[in-house]
Design a protein around this ligand. Structure first.
Ligand code: PRT
Ligand code: ZN
Length: 286
């Protein structure tokens, strides 16, 4: 029987949907995991375990799961023996220190001798030690943002994405302890056959990520502006140029990366490009 690779993903919560979507985008069929501990992919030798995110690093360290998807915040807080193999680009947030909106915060010195509520005592302790601050850490497991309001703490350290939770609780973000996103982690001692499966999966994940960060662009260009327009397009190699039925015009096809996208589109328009079409790419293999 063919060996299977075992992956642990969050059972429900903020990482669940993106984790399943990533596997689906990799062409791996995942049956819905609600109320299930485990399922098998039909078209890739993968067993999927649905777990609480906090437990995933331990399962991967123990080898119950070979790989897992978890936030860096959990990975570093749990401090288990596992490797990060790939950043996945979703579940982005930051672990931040917040104090009362009216507090006169001028720097980390503000925290000296204060009470800090958090679900991330290890990361907070490390941050404070690096800054030479000693403070009282109160570990609480949820609703950290209400701690200052009920007199339990002077500051909190919690995950922030939009900032609205802090705002609604009369707090302001003052320091970033860690920037986090979902990552793929692996057990330290995978066998050769498991590593081979991981490589196949990683190849697909990277193709999906690359595609997400790029767009396919088609545009029409007057032939006398072609050189200028082509010079603006980085592309995978050189762009494809095809003659249009209308004399003196060409169609140019290329790939643009998301981060420079709007910049380049504006320059293309200024250089005389017309009828610009932008199309998402599903997979990108180079
Ligand atoms: O049940 P289980 O233990 O698996 O889930 P959980 O409740 O512990 O975690 P969950 O589903 O809330 O989050 C899973 C992971 O998502 C986290 O470990 C992070 O890696 C990532 N993530 C990304 C976030 C956020 N963004 C986020 N904003 N996790 C939590 N939050 C919370 C934060 O704690 C705060 O309460 O959202 C609130 C702040 O959001 P804003 O938008 O108001 O700033
Ligand atoms: Zn959790």
């Amino acid at each position: 029987m063919q060996q299977k690779l075992k992956i642990a993903i969050q059972k429900s919560g903020r990482l669940y949907e993106d984790s399943v979507k990533l596997l689906k985008d990799c062409g791996i069929d995942v049956k819905n995991g609600i109320n299930k501990l485990k399922t098998e992919a039909e078209n890739f030798p993968l067993e999927i375990y649905f777990l609480r995110d906090d437990d995933i690093p331990q399962y991967v360290e123990d080898g119950v799961a070979d790989i897992g998807i978890v936030g860096e915040n959990v990975m570093y807080e749990k401090n288990k023996k596992a490797f990060i193999v790939e950043e996945l680009g979703f579940g982005k947030c930051r672990l931040s220190i917040a104090v009362g909106r009216k507090d006169d915060y001028t720097g980390v010195g503000f925290l000296q001798g204060k009470r800090i509520a958090t679900s991330y005592p290890i990361l907070v302790e490390k941050f404070l030690a690096e800054k030479g601050i000693s403070a009282e850490i109160h570990e609480i497991s949820g609703s950290v943002e209400i701690a200052p309001g009920i007199g339990l703490a002077d500051a909190i350290v919690d995950l922030v994405s939009s900032g609205s939770t802090l705002f609604m609780n009369g707090l302001k973000e003052v320091e970033t302890v860690l920037k986090s996103q979902a990552v793929l982690i692996r057990n330290e001692k995978l066998r050769a056959d498991q590593l081979q499966l991981l490589d196949r999966l990683l190849f697909r994940i990277r193709a999906v990520k690359k595609a997400k960060n790029n767009k396919y662009v088609l545009l029409n260009a007057p032939n006398n502006k072609l050189q200028e327009i082509i010079a603006l397009l980085p592309g995978m190699k050189s762009p494809t140029v095809l003659p249009l039925a209308e004399p003196g015009w060409s169609s140019v096809h290329s790939v643009l990366s998301e981060d420079r996208f709007w910049d380049i589109i504006e320059q293309l328009k200024d250089a005389g490009a017309q009828g610009i079409l932008v199309i998402p790419i599903e997979k990108m293999i180079i």
